[in-house]
Design a protein around this ligand. Structure first.
Ligand code: PMP
Length: 296
């Protein structure tokens, strides 16, 4: 997959420059220690033009991530949103995945950064897990303990855990992993939150040991609009292996139905699940389709 062409433009610290000319210093904590924070955002081509979905929420979370790891964040969120729209325009992108990253100036110590840069890039990226139902296994890796690293922050270093979990899942013939938290409860996927369905109700792990997903919050909002019960509670492996259905949700994956967890195959046909209704409604919402407006 190529993420850029010779004409691709990036936003770095207030300026637009060619991706091909951009460079980052080798002597930095971001590269060496995974000490950087980032976001994953999507823009959609809607009948109202290209629209960045939940732009403010994502940049607010970027700010929170920076604060949680003691990085300075001196940017104005309205301006970052404006610059991101400009970036899409300069790259002629209508549907896009947008990746802001805050990374450190040269410094090889283990002391919090005082000087950072912000870079925003974007590329056209289809659904991260594709359209097919996912074969998922319970990972032998746990999500990082929130007492070890702020799990609510989207910190680059936390994603080594994600890479290990996905790699293990693929090596066993599965599509994706599902990780437990350090208390042995269901936490989340390597890059997505999880919902399970039982008797027409949805259940999802509470905040605390997971990334507070913006899609997760959107799904919960859609449930309220559609009068679907959604309950935040600690879930066990047994709970998921007695569920009717399950799905991942996240900006990159959107809503991805799950076929099975380990050997356990979900009994409900995906098209008959609440998840499938949420999947359709989510798409209408991000595309600003008229029928969603009527629903709310
Ligand atoms: N959990 C993890 C570990 C993630 O990386 C992501 C993707 N950002 C999510 C959940 C879903 O978050 P969001 O819906 O905000 O994209």
């Amino acid at each position: 997959m190529k993420y850029s062409t010779p004409n691709t433009v990036l936003y770095i610290d207030g300026k637009f420059e060619k991706a091909a000319d951009a460079n980052a210093d080798i002597y930095g904590q971001s590269l060496h220690y995974g000490y950087a924070v980032f976001e994953g955002i999507r823009a959609y081509q809607t009948h109202n033009g290209t629209r960045i979905f939940k732009a403010r929420e994502h940049f607010e979370r970027l700010k929170k991530s920076a604060e949680l790891v003691h990085m300075p964040f001196n940017w104005d969120i309205d301006d970052l949103i404006k610059q991101t729209y400009k970036l899409l325009e300069l790259n002629n992108l209508k549907d896009a995945y947008i990746r802001p990253l805050i990374y450190c100036a040269p410094n090889m110590t283990l002391v919090a950064a005082t000087e950072v840069s912000i870079m925003i890039c974007a590329w056209d990226w289809g659904l991260y897990l594709g359209h097919k139902l996912q074969k998922v296994c319970i990972s032998s890796y746990e999500r990082p303990n929130p007492k070890s690293t702020p799990i609510e922050a989207k910190v680059s270093g936390n994603y080594v855990n994600s890479i290990l979990a996905t790699t293990e899942a693929r090596s066993k013939g599965f599509d994706e992993a599902l990780l437990l938290d350090s208390d042995g409860h269901i936490a989340e996927g390597p890059g997505a939150n999880i919902f399970i369905e039982k008797k027409g109700r949805l259940y999802t792990p509470p905040l605390g040991n997971i990334l507070p997903g913006i899609t997760r919050a959107t799904v919960m909002h859609l449930c309220r609009v559609l009068d679907i019960d959604v309950i935040e509670k600690h879930l066990t492996v047994k709970d998921i292996k007695h569920a009717d259905s399950a799905f991942f949700c996240g900006t990159a994956v959107e809503i991805a139905g799950i076929a099975n967890i380990d050997e356990y195959k979900f009994p409900l046909r995906w098209t008959d699940t609440v998840g499938s209704t949420i999947q359709r409604t989510y798409k209408s919402l991000v595309l600003e389709k008229h029928n969603y407006e009527v629903i709310i």
